[in-house]
Design a protein around this ligand. Structure first.
Ligand code: HH2
Length: 279
């Protein structure tokens, strides 16, 4: 059974792993860019991920890959227009991966129920008021700088402490704008303005993000740090590394996993959960 909104928002207390399948309606995403731009292809991919056990489908119309170009709200809405209602009609719970309140509003009006904002409300502060008005859960992610420049020369004195401080500040800003604290999800932002050692430290110590008291989402899927550890260049061959990183995060208390390969994640968490339930 796919998770309910309550299951998702209480997952940090229950330990239930929530699998979020990625649907990028973009020409340029680093792993699946250009594959799901047509309505039929996007809906078929969403249906496949639902059948494989996805709890949420995260739909985005703007790539946030390092060096990526911005996409206007009108263009994002145009890309999402035919696809969002069709994916909603297929029975999926949808989160909208955008930093723009107009795009988020359009998505909430046409079938999305969760907002996934990789800028944590910095790109467009009106996104907080929107989430508050609709009672929509919102994911706030850490990013150093912006996608265009974030990998230029990322530096931290203490990456885990700095990411936690940032997330606590953005959480407080969202609450000040009217978002109910229980509806806030936090994400350390794997790959967003981070070198290999920063990504590994955040995964190793994700329990400190969890200690902020919110469900924690992680998105290690197929990312470059897996290639840096293993020497595997092709993103779609980084599935095993994705699972290793996801399971490490789950042991640290993160519970929401944004992945390209839903079937593999569902299988891995079923086994991990069965082991964990033994006395
Ligand atoms: N990563 C990406 C996009 N959105 N959202 C959250 N909350 N956390 C993440 O780690 C995250 C995210 C980047 O991955 P992808 O969508 O596969 O690629 P692209 O940005 O090139 O579309």
């Amino acid at each position: 059974m796919a998770a309910t909104l309550d299951d998702i928002l209480s997952s940090h207390r229950t330990g239930r792993a929530i699998v979020m399948g990625i649907l990028n309606v973009t020409p340029d995403s680093f792993s699946d860019g250009g594959r799901f731009l047509a309505v039929g292809d996007a809906v078929a991919q969403a249906e496949r991920m639902i059948a494989e056990g996805a709890d949420v489908i995260d739909i985005g119309a703007e790539s946030t890959r390092p060096g990526g170009e911005r996409v206007s709200p009108a263009e994002q809405i145009d890309r999402l227009g035919g696809i969002l209602p069709a994916v909603a009609a297929a029975g999926a719970r949808i989160s909208i991966d955008t930093t723009n309140s107009e795009v988020a509003r359009f998505a909430l009006d046409t079938g999305a129920t969760i907002v996934n904002d990789v800028s944590a409300g910095r790109d467009d502060p009106a996104i907080f008021a929107l989430a508050a008005e609709r009672g929509a859960p919102i994911c706030l992610m850490h990013m150093l700088g912006a996608p265009k420049t974030m990998q230029a020369d990322p530096h931290y004195d203490d990456v885990v402490a700095e990411v936690c401080d940032f997330l606590a500040q953005r959480r407080d800003a969202a609450v000040a704008a009217g978002v109910v604290a229980d509806r806030i999800i936090l994400d350390p932002g794997i790959g967003f303005g981070k070198r290999l050692e920063h990504n590994l430290a955040l995964i190793r110590h994700v329990d400190r993000v969890v200690a902020l008291g919110h469900p924690v989402l992680v998105g290690p899927s197929r990312k470059r740090f897996i290639g840096e550890v293993t020497g595997i260049d092709a993103p779609d061959r980084r599935g095993a590394g994705t699972l290793a990183a996801s399971l490490a995060c789950w042991r640290g208390g993160a519970t929401i996993f944004r992945v390209h390969d839903v079937a593999a994640a569902v299988q891995a968490f079923a086994v991990a959960r069965a082991i964990e339930s033994m006395q």
